[in-house]
Write a protein that binds this ligand. Structure first.
Ligand SMILES: Nc1ncnc2c1ncn2[C@@H]1O[C@H](COP(=O)(O)OP(=O)(O)OP(=O)(O)O)[C@@H](O)[C@H]1O
Ligand SMILES: [Mg+2]
Length: 264
């Protein structure tokens, strides 16, 4: 039976921001009243130039920093009010994955799984997930010190999968991956989405964003300047759209500067 609780319109987002703003101590307004949401089974890709506020958004979800205004919410939990409870719901892979260089991949997986309270995984489970992310068997017993950036990235993704959290945050996840690994990674994200995970990622890769995302958000100077659903992007040249939004912003900025010069 369809009740108001289970109609699609009332799905509770797994991740959301409400009027989320961040002004850093030095006065930079890095994020300006951001409102976005990601449902279970959705991939949201944030695009935007350097300094647009993408990493700031992710760091606010993780409560690495406190918001100046508004809130980031994970599974109904306001992250800055209950950071530990919120973190338990999130798996996170940063651009520069921080793992133990003197541990092998298997040891890193074991260490981080135990740290996250998952104590029942076997060596076979670790091997399976490493193969799933595209790390060949001969690498599993090698110390991370000898890994390339892309290999470390894959290891980080394996740890995120083992955490089995409903929300996944990825900051430029394909930046260290070669084209083949990038494609495999996109397939992996699609699998995770199909398992019902909510995924929020930042990327500079417009091509991959269009390929994988259910929603693409374009950010500029801390503002979400455009948001497009997958259906709206069919037949659209996302790269052109992106440049138009960037140029549109630049025009506005130039006008604002001109105006202040005129007034001043
Ligand atoms: N710790 C900090 N202290 C002060 N300002 C910061 C800090 N971190 C980021 N900023 C500023 O906030 C703004 C947004 O930065 P952010 O790192 O969120 O951008 P981004 O979209 O992730 O960029 P990129 O694509 O280069 O990774 C920038 O102006 C940046 O200089
Ligand atoms: Mg960033």
């Amino acid at each position: 039976m369809t009740t108001p609780e289970n109609t699609p319109e009332t799905i509770q987002p797994m991740m959301a921001t409400r009027n989320l703003s961040k002004r850093y101590e030095d006065g930079v307004l890095a994020l300006d009243s951001l409102d976005l949401s990601v449902n279970p089974g959705q991939i949201y890709a944030m695009l935007g130039g350097n300094g647009a506020g993408k990493t700031t958004t992710i760091n606010l979800f993780l409560n690495f920093i406190d918001p100046t205004e508004g809130e980031a919410i994970v599974d109904g939990i306001i992250t800055h009010q209950e950071p530990l409870k919120a973190k338990a719901k999130i798996a996170y892979v940063s651009e520069n994955v921080m793992l133990y260089p003197n541990f092998t991949a298997l040891q890193n997986l074991d260490y981080f799984s135990h740290l996250g309270g998952k104590t029942s995984y076997s060596a076979e489970d670790y091997q399976k997930v490493l193969l799933r992310v595209g790390l060949q068997e001969e690498a599993h017993d090698k110390k991370l010190r000898s890994y390339s950036k892309g290999m470390r990235q894959k290891c980080g993704i394996a740890i995120a999968i083992l955490k089995d959290a409903p929300a996944i945050l990825l900051d430029e996840p394909t930046s260290g991956l070669d084209p083949k690994a990038g494609m495999e990674f996109i397939n992996l994200l699609q699998d995770l989405r199909d398992e019902g995970k909510a995924i929020l990622m930042s990327t500079h890769d417009i091509f991959r964003a269009k390929q994988v995302a259910d929603i693409v958000g374009i950010m500029n100077a801390g503002k979400l300047v455009a948001e497009k659903q997958r259906e709206e992007l069919v037949g659209e040249d996302l790269e052109k759209l992106y440049v138009e939004y960037m140029t549109g912003y630049m025009d506005t900025a130039v006008q604002a500067t001109d105006a202040s010069v005129t007034v001043g």
